[in-house]
Structures are given as C-alpha cells and as structure tokens.
Design a protein around this ligand. Sequence first.
Ligand SMILES: *[C@@H]1O[C@H](CO)[C@@H](O)[C@H](O)[C@H]1NC(C)=O
Ligand SMILES: *[C@@H]1O[C@H](CO)[C@@H](O)[C@H](O)[C@H]1NC(C)=O
Ligand SMILES: *[C@@H]1O[C@H](CO)[C@@H](O)[C@H](O)[C@H]1NC(C)=O
Length: 384
Amino acid sequence: MISRVVLLLLLAAGSLVDFATSNSLSLVGMHNYPVEQHRLTTRDGYVLTIFRIPYSQRGGGRKQVVFLQHGITGSSDDWLLSGPNSGLPFLLADAGFDVWLGNSRGNENGRAHKRLDPKNDTFWKFSWHEIGAYDLPAQIDYVLRKTEQAALHFVGHSQGGTAYLVMLAEHPKYNEKIMTTNLLAPLAFCSNMESKLMTLVLKVNDYMVEGEYTPGSLTQHTLSEVVCSTMIGKHLCQDMLFTLIGGKSTHINRTLIPQLENKESSGFSNRLLKHYAQVFKTGRFAKYDHGNATNLRVYGTSRPPLYELSNVAPEERVEMFYTDNDQLLSAEDAQTLGQRIAATQHHVTVRNWNHLDYVYATDVVQVIYRQLIQSIRDYKASPI
Ligand SMILES: *[C@@H]1O[C@H](CO)[C@@H](O)[C@H](O)[C@H]1NC(C)=O
Ligand SMILES: *[C@@H]1O[C@H](CO)[C@@H](O)[C@H](O)[C@H]1NC(C)=O
Ligand SMILES: *[C@@H]1O[C@H](CO)[C@@H](O)[C@H](O)[C@H]1NC(C)=O
C-alpha cells in the first residue's frame, strides 16, 4: 500500500511544473557559439533532432568529432545548461573539437516517428535497449557521414553509457567507429544501488503503467493536486524525480536547480525504468523481460538473453568514472562493469559526488572534465 502511495506521488510530481521552453539551439546561441540542428530517422522510424557545435572562436579546427549522449530522463540540453565555463560541449569546442549532442527517442527532441503518434502508447514501447540498438547507431552513422570521418570520440553519461554498451554488444562492428570512450557513471549492473527512493520505485515497477512517463497525464489532475497538497506530498512532489535521479548533492550548481527540476521531468518511457528494475532485481545485464510467453516468441528463450559484453571492444580501452556517493551507481556495481569490459577505471574520491554532478557540479571541470578532455586529446590514430 505504501508503495502505491509513493508511486502516485511520483506520477503526480510532474503535473506541478511548467515545462521550460529553452532548448539546445538557444542554449548554445546565447553564448555566441555556432550551432546547427540536424534531423535523422532511425531504422525503426523514430525521428531524432541532434545538435552540433562545429567549432569555437577559441579553438582551432581539429575536426575530430566528439559525440555526447545524455542520461536518463534528459536531453542534449543537459550538457549546455551550465554555460561555457563548465559545460562540456563548450569546453570541447574550445579545445578544437567538432561537437555533436545526441538525443534519444522520447525526449523533447525525439518525440516524432514516421508513422506512430506520441499520443499513442505504441510509440512508447521502448527501453534503453532500443536507444542503444537503434538510436545510437543511426546517430553515429549520420554524424560520420556528414563530417566525412571514419570514427568519433564517445562520451556518455549514465543511461548514455548503458546505451553505448547495448550498441556494441548488439552491433560489434561499431567498435571500429569509436576512437576514445568516456563513460560517466554508466548504469549497467545496479543491484547495489544506494538510493532508497529509487530502489523503492524499482521494486514497485510492476504497478507502473506502460507508456509515456508524463506524470500529469497518468493520474487525474485533481488527484495529483490533492496528493501533492498534503504536507508530505508537497515536499515530495516538488523534488521527487530530481531526487530520484540523483540530484541531491553538495556540488551541484544551485543556480540551475529550478531549471533542472523542470527539465528532468520532461517525458520518457516507463520502460526505461522497468528495464533498470529488471537488472536491479536479477543482477543480469540482459534484454528486456516481456514475460515468458513473449520472451519465447521474441528471443526463443523464456529468460531474456544477456548482453554480450565481450563484444564491447573498441580500439582504445573504455575510460569510466565513478564515485562512492553516487546514489544510483555504487562503486561495487561500477567495478563489476569495469572488469567485464576491461575498462580503465577512474574511481573519483571527491566526497558527496552524486549522479548528476557529472553534468552540473560547479567543480566538474577540475574533478572530471580536465582529465576527460586530456584523454581525448591524447588520442593518436594508429598509423595505417
Ligand atoms: C552555474 O550556472 C549558471 C547558469 O547557467 C552559470 O552562469 C554559472 O557559470 C554556473 N557556475 C559554474 C561554476 O559552472
Ligand atoms: C495506436 O497505434 C497502433 C499502431 O499503429 C494502432 O493499431 C492503434 O489503433 C492506435 N491506437 C489509437 C488509440 O490510436
Ligand atoms: C517463466 O519461466 C521460468 C523458467 O524460465 C519459470 O521459472 C517461471 O515460473 C515462469 N514464470 C511464469 C509466470 O510462468
């Protein structure tokens, strides 16, 4: 019963916020960096809008491409919000790179499909499996074609890392298209998640309706209001989703918090959470569990098959960053992944570093980005 109440609150939370109108184009443009918008269609019909900062006045023309993939519930905007002093795309452009910002299906830049209507639940039948198996390859192919490059540098935060692993496990030929990889708190194994709230949500995920996670539309508006106007409800509704995805931190740029609480609740598919819930419960980094009968039809086995992590083998070792206080990715789970893919593990020891700090911390440049950018700069294509 308690679980149902928490879930209702969670569903209600989003109905209280006004959706921000800022987007990647204006977030880049306002700082006088050049910006381009590109549109592409995935093999299964989703239409994604992605963004590019082709160069910076400060950077030379290095031309190598860095591709950034955002985390769960987010979009390309996330990387840009903190501005040119600590926003990774700006810093990479200043360092001379051609920077591309990916988007996954379902977010504000991925709410379109050749045939399916986002108002129809069929549109929302995807988890991070499809983001890795379809969205990432489509975006990478598009970017490489446009820039006439053979390979790019990949940076993924959180679910962006999950999708990267899925992509390479499913389509090993993409290993060749990756120069360096930097994964910031990549979620794969997550059985040791510390967040009490998130683990509760993952445990009750069976109650979650299939379809889009747009809180207001899933519950009756009046019900949301009633629930959220109670003493406990008010507090919880305000920052539930933000807390859920690891926003509570001493490092986070406080100027951004009101904006983040808005952004982080723009819609996504409930299956993203359901899929993580399955990994959380079983400890298996496996494909989506549709239930025995459908699994048999789709996979040929009643148990969903594991992702083949031995296929994750880009030319350069994957660099991955994790900390001790990340509420979503524990050090233990990160190390399990690191061993499985033979990654170079950066165990960052700064205190109280949470899941969103990789993007929004005031000290993210010193703690993470300086080292990350250097690792990309150090890359030398092996002589042919
Ligand atoms: C915090 O965010 C604001 C708003 O985008 C930005 O102007 C400021 O530079 C950021 N501070 C740091 C230290 O990144
Ligand atoms: C939703 O889309 C599916 C597949 O295109 C279609 O069969 C179904 O009729 C649609 N449902 C509604 C309510 O429009
Ligand atoms: C699904 O199959 C597994 C064996 O693969 C079995 O243990 C489980 O009981 C089945 N579940 C249902 C609901 O039939």
